[in-house]
Design a protein around this ligand. Structure first.
Ligand code: SAH
Length: 254
């Protein structure tokens, strides 16, 4: 088979966070496939076809992309952030595993991007400096009991926890439930970072204490990072946003 498929990470928003390798993959594609707002972030190119879909049908989109490639196209499937983090790369491989065996002869690549968690962390300091874990709070594709169990275990193990997909109009209560679980173990002063639309014009970063976080402060463009027991703030000046970091060494004392 001559077709090719590259699953490309566009980064969180700022075009300067797109890697040169990702730019090359986009520029050399005959066809772009992806959720509308992500395809919209790629500069138009004469002769390049754009196939825009909504955000709910990842597997259908993956099959469509594999089929295009099987017919000889050079396809770039675009994802926000990194395509391997709660995004299209896993959908493409799931479609590959369950689909037409001939698709396995295609040239398939994943082009990494900066995931939202890393961009959000960089804005405030180094909250992911110690051990951390990342979870999606979405229960569209997995049962809520699994989310609860993992979250309890992560908090119990004292990981910093980065939450993707914290809330949406279709999933209004999950973040509140998650915060309640976290507050059973972590103190009310634990730093929580709400990083919205990082790298986009409407970016907003807030650092709050766990005790004052409300689910309504987040939306579907928000990344929530909950500190471990060792995560701390460094105060700058009055009214300035503090730095937040998690020391690597357990020997460090405030
Ligand atoms: N593949 C993406 C994540 C997709 S899941 C990545 O690697 O970043 C979608 C979730 O990612 C959103 O609900 C939000 O929690 C987070 N997210 C994506 N882009 C973001 C951004 N620019 N700022 C903050 N959070 C973002």
């Amino acid at each position: 088979m001559t077709g090719r498929i590259t699953i490309v990470g566009l980064g969180p928003g700022d075009p300067r966070w797109l890697t040169p390798a990702a730019s090359e993959a986009l520029a050399s594609a005959t066809d772009l496939v992806g959720y509308g707002p992500y395809v919209g972030r790629v500069p138009e190119q004469p002769g390049q076809r754009r196939h825009v879909s909504d955000n709910r049908v990842e597997l259908d989109r993956a099959r469509f992309a594999l089929d295009l490639a099987a017919n000889g196209a050079r396809v770039a499937v675009v994802s926000g952030g990194d395509p391997g983090v709660f995004a299209m790369a896993a959908a493409v491989f799931e479609a590959l595993e369950t689909g037409d065996p001939a698709w396995r002869g295609l040239d398939i690549h994943v082009e990494p991007g900066i995931t939202a968690m890393l961009a959000a962390a960089a804005r405030v300091g180094a909250p992911l400096g110690g051990d951390f874990c990342a979870m999606s709070l979405s229960d569209n594709l997995k049962p809520w009991e699994v989310v609860e169990k993992r979250l309890r275990a992560a908090v119990e193990a004292d990981f910093v926890v980065a939450l993707y997909n914290p809330i949406s109009s279709a999933r209004p209560w999950q973040l509140g439930a998650a915060l309640t679980i976290v507050a059973e173990t972590r103190g009310p002063d634990t730093p929580v970072i709400l990083a919205r639309a990082v790298g986009r014009p409407d970016e907003r970063i807030r650092i709050l204490a766990l005790g004052e976080v409300e689910a309504s402060l987040a939306d579907m463009s928000t990344m929530v990072i909950i500190g471990a027991s060792t995560t701390r703030r460094i105060v700058k000046g009055d009214g300035d946003t503090p730095y937040v970091y998690t020391p690597r060494s357990y020997g460090v004392r405030a």
